[in-house]
Design a protein around this ligand. Sequence first.
Ligand code: VAH
Length: 302
Amino acid sequence: TGGLVELHHPVFKCNILFHRKRFGNNNVILSDIRKPPSHIFHSGPFIYSDILDYKNLREIVVNNRITWLVHYSALLSAVGESNVALARDVNITGLHNVLDIAAEHGLRLFVPSTIGAFGPTSPRNPTPDLCVQRPRTIYGVSKVHAELMGEYYHHRYGLDFRCLRYPGIISADSQPGGGTTDYAVAIFHDAVKTGKFECNLKPDTRLPMMYIDDCLRATVEMMEAPADTLSMRTYNINAMSFSPEELAQEVQKQLPDLEVTYDIDQVRQAIADSWPMNFDDSNLVQTMLNYIGSDSRIAKAN
Ligand code: VAH
C-alpha cells in the first residue's frame, strides 16, 4: 500500500526508526527541512521538504502513493515566543497545508497536540480532555487551532484526523528542541557529558512527561485503531508527572556526583506555571481498551 510520510521536528527524529521497524524501511518516508543525522538518513527514504511549500508536499504525497501522514513540524513553546511570526507560519500555515493535502487525497492524518494547549484558566490537577483552553503561547494557540481545524475537517470533509496531546517527551536520541520541558532531556546529556546540570525551571515545577518509546507505541496504536473506535479526534495521553528536583534525585541514584543548580528562565517558568500538572487520559484509556480488548493485551504491549 502507500507509504507513511513523517514531517519532522528534531525531538522526534527517532520516531522514524520505530515506524520503519514496524512498517518496513521503504514504506516510511522521512521528510524534513534539514538532513537528519546519518544513522537516520541511511535507514530509509528521505525527501527534503518545506512545510510551507504546498505544491512540493502534494508532489511527495502523490508520487509516493502516501496513505498516512504524521505531521510533527512545529516551533515549540519557548522558541515560538522568540519568533512568533515564524511559529505562526510553520504551526498554522503549515498545518493548513497538511490538512488540505490530507483531505484532498484521503490520507489518515496524525497531528500531535500538547499539554501546552491548556492555559492558566484550565483545570491543572488533573486536566481533563474537555475544558477551557486559553493558552498563553503562540505554540499553544496554534495547537488549539490544529485541534479545532482537524475536528472541523473531519466533520465537514470526512478527514480521518487523529490527535494526541503529548506531555513533555523524553528521548536520548535527540537534543532539546526549544520547549519548556527541555530540562528533562538536557539533564541526561549534561549528567553524562559534564556531571553538572543547571536547571531553568524551579525545583518544584510539576509537569506531565512521557518516555519516547511509550509515546511512539501510543501514536502507532492511535493510528492503527479502527476509525469507528474513536469517539473523539483529540485525546490527552498521560504517563507520569514529576518535578526537576524529583528527576534530579533519580538521576543522582545512578550518578551520585551529579551537581544540580538552578538558574530560572522566567519565560519558560511562566509557561510551565500555566500548564497542566497532571493529565487525565481516562477517555483514551477506555477507547484503546475497547479497541485492543482485554487488559492482558495491554499488559503484553507494555
Ligand atoms: C514544549 N516539549 O515544551 C514541548 C511540549 C509538552 C511540551 O509541547 O514546548
